[in-house]
Design a protein around this ligand. Structure first.
Ligand code: GMT
Length: 451
């Protein structure tokens, strides 16, 4: 690959940039110019120029990975919750690659708050005005209206909504109102939007409608894809499985010395630390987590760290109090930087009745923490039983207790499983999975665009 040092490039964003690489592009027969834009934090940007097309001035911009740079709107639930976290991490990575990202939601997505200003990324907040006749202010309409504004103002090509309702309906509505007719809707299904909310009588038909009117649909696991096509009248082949991902450079294991030091505030040396993170909705069966902890605590010194908030957290506290275990229960409430907490655990528990993927389990695994989880939904696609974690039946707290005790007592087994968990997480590394989303965007946009 020839490297050419040449003067300033005068095209688009690359003013005052130094061209340092020129090579023919593979498929299109043009030239790819890669440069390091002035003040762009060191990241390299590329442009493709097609000399034969006499369109040098409208050169298409490409990411470092050779993808066309796109203008993408992302809508998600901004508060705690796996779907909002996936959407946020995706938006951050796409922006990093040079795509123009516009978050559209009622608040800044929670994980964005832990980052300073990011290039190529804008947050558009949806205000839902109240009015005396509105018993329920119509957020979906306000969202659709904001989408219209952002789609038209920024000439969006893709509107990517996370969680079917009401986001996909709002996007469809927006599409009926925009001037920009080329925008395409991609809906990512995360789990309860299909397995719980979508099955409610009041929401079933709107969910079917939202799916039928999306230009592309992705699901975070094969299990979720199957459930969707079996129940919502969509063809399986019309759903792309794009699993959740983890940034393995941020979710990293800590050395034993670091772990001991960082958890000393709530755990003494030699205590076995169990951890769980959720929204404490009934589907999570957090009381099973408590029961496993109480069982384990009878056998070995242990602490249980609970992260997050939600309806059943109160019951968990009551169970601990009744068993005289309040002192061994550590409640951390809502936390954003979970990558700093997860590596402190000896085991992570996921006791859900239903789980389309189990993002928190993947993040724990990436930190080298073995997971004891229920064999439900997409979880077996993430955890290899008896290798990177243990899978048990829903509600079988005795089996879960035994698995946790094995890890607490058998140091060798725990170390091997910790390493296997970290290795397994590499199958879900962020760059590859983000590339799969980019491929879906390109395919959907190309298929539906007028030539
Ligand atoms: O129920 C939750 O935990 C929240 C929910 C969400 O949409 O925010 O999580 C779902 O999406 C996550 C991200 O894709 C998945 O990792 C979770 O497995 C899924 N939850 C369920 O299926 C219960």
């Amino acid at each position: 690959m020839p490297r050419v040092a040449s003067p300033v490039v005068r095209a688009g964003d690359y003013r005052r940039s130094w061209l340092f690489l020129v090579r023919p592009t593979d498929a299109v027969g043009g030239l790819r110019f890669c440069a390091r834009p002035h003040g762009a934090g060191g990241s390299v940007r590329c442009s493709v120029v097609h000399p034969l097309k006499r369109r040098a001035q409208s050169a298409e911009k490409e990411t470092e990975q050779g993808r066309r740079i796109m203008r993408i709107g992302i809508t998600c639930y901004p508060s705690q919750g796996g779907s909002g976290i996936v959407a946020t991490e995706l938006g951050l990575m796409l922006a990093e690659r040079g795509h123009q990202i516009h978050f559209i939601s009622y608040a800044q997505p929670i994980r964005l708050a832990s980052y300073a200003f990011r290039q190529n990324l804008t947050v558009h907040e949806v205000a839902t005005p109240t009015y005396p006749v509105f018993q329920y202010p119509p957020y979906s309409l306000a969202l659709a209206s904001k989408m219209v504004q952002v789609i038209d103002d920024h000439d969006l090509e893709i509107m990517h909504v996370h969680y079917a309702l009401p986001h996909a309906i709002a996007a469809w509505l927006a599409k009926q109102m925009v001037d920009n007719q080329k925008v395409r809707i991609i809906t990512t299904l995360h789990g309860t939007d299909i397995t719980l909310v979508g099955l409610e009588e009041a929401y079933y038909k709107p969910t079917c409608f939202a799916l039928a009117n999306s230009d592309g649909i992705t699901a975070v696991s094969e299990d979720l894809r199957q459930q969707t096509c079996q129940r919502f009248g969509v063809r399986c082949e019309d759903i792309d499985v794009v699993p959740n991902f983890v940034d393995r450079t941020r979710f990293v294991p800590l050395s034993e010395a670091e772990r001991v030091e960082r958890r000393h505030a709530w755990s003494g040396r030699g205590e076995f630390v169990m951890m769980h993170l959720s929204n404490y909705r009934p589907v999570k069966r957090a009381k099973d987590v408590l029961q496993v902890f109480l069982n384990v605590r009878k056998q070995v010194p242990a602490k249980l760290v609970l992260i997050g908030e939600g309806p059943e957290l109160r019951d968990c506290r009551a169970m601990a109090a009744e068993a005289g275990a309040t002192e061994d229960l550590v409640l951390l409430g809502r936390q954003v930087a979970v990558w700093e907490l997860l590596p402190l655990a000896d085991v992570y528990l996921l006791t859900s009745e239903q789980e389309s993927f189990g993002l928190s389990a993947l993040e724990a695994m990436s930190c080298g923490v073995p997971v004891v989880a229920t064999r439900v939904g997409g979880v077996p696609e993430v955890i290899v039983d008896d290798d990177s974690g243990y899978l048990c039946e829903v509600g079988d707290v005795d089996a879960m207790t035994q698995r946790v005790l094995t890890l607490a007592r058998d140091r060798q087994r725990a170390t091997a499983m910790s390493e296997a968990a970290r290795e397994r997480a590499s199958h879900f590394e962020a760059p590859g999975i983000v590339g799969r989303y980019e491929a879906v965007y390109e395919r959907v946009f190309a298929a539906a665009s007028p030539s």
